[in-house]
Design a protein around this ligand. Structure first.
Ligand code: CA
Ligand code: ZN
Length: 233
């Protein structure tokens, strides 16, 4: 009997410990996700190593509120379930909010390079294919071609596939993992799916990168030009 009472107390204690994250303070891993996410997408300034201190709780709550406003959620300032779910949604990796320094930098970049193409025909090439599509590269090429055809109708541009061995294309497409030689490392499964660079004269302008730690698939339903079946699982 004593043993059973002890078991029961342990069970209650365990339940309290397990339930606490739901009703009490947010779990450490949620806070860590929150700080990471808010910093990545421009809601929090990058941590300053010279200050040797973490983001203050007040600043963090303010940043969460701005994010919630942006996402159309109740502005609780808390890492609640809805907020965490919104942060887990797949997205592109451009920041939502630009700091003043970043705005000046971008304006300067636009002034130098211009943010429009100075030609109407753009060349493209796929440099590397997704792991999940190694055996069917022609499907990836067909899907890209189809996606660009949609953009061609809207933009009046013409897109032409070229062999990147012989010609530097305007739009170089690759599937990469983690750090891949630009300032926007990928984050593994979920989160960021892809990003692309603005038009311009720089070799990277127009280039389009996809996170290869996502599982890219092309659905079995519908004909190829039917289109929207390529997705992340
Ligand atoms: Ca990702
Ligand atoms: Zn990239």
């Amino acid at each position: 009997m004593r043993l059973q009472a002890l078991d029961l107390r342990l069970l209650v204690l365990l339940l309290v410990l397990l339930l606490q994250p739901v009703y009490g303070t947010p779990r450490a891993q949620d806070m860590s996700l929150g700080v990471d996410w808010l910093t990545r997408y421009g809601y929090l300034p990058p941590a300053d190593p010279s200050q040797a201190q973490l983001q203050s709780l007040e600043k963090l709550q303010d940043a969460i509120k701005v994010m919630q406003r942006f996402a159309g959620l109740p502005e609780t300032g808390q890492m609640d379930t809805e907020t965490i779910a919104a942060m887990h949604k797949p997205r592109c990796s451009l920041p939502d909010i630009l700091g003043a320094a970043e705005l000046v930098r971008r304006r300067r970049r636009y002034a130098l390079s211009g943010s429009v193409w100075k030609k109407r025909t753009l060349t493209w090439s796929i440099q590397s294919f997704p792991q999940s599509f190694q055996s069917s590269q022609s499907i990836v090429r067909a899907l890209m071609s189809h996606a660009l055809a949609v953009w061609a109708v809207e933009s009046g541009l013409t897109f032409q596939e070229v062999d990147s061995q012989h010609q530097e294309p305007d739009i170089l497409i690759h599937f990469s993992r983690g750090y891949h030689q630009d300032s926007y490392p990928f984050d593994g499964p979920g989160g960021t799916l892809a990003h692309a660079f603005f038009p311009g004269e720089h070799p990277i302008s127009g280039d389009t990168h996809f996170d290869d730690e996502e599982t890219w698939t092309y659905g079995s339903q519908g004909a190829l030009p039917g289109a929207s079946e390529a997705r992340r699982e």
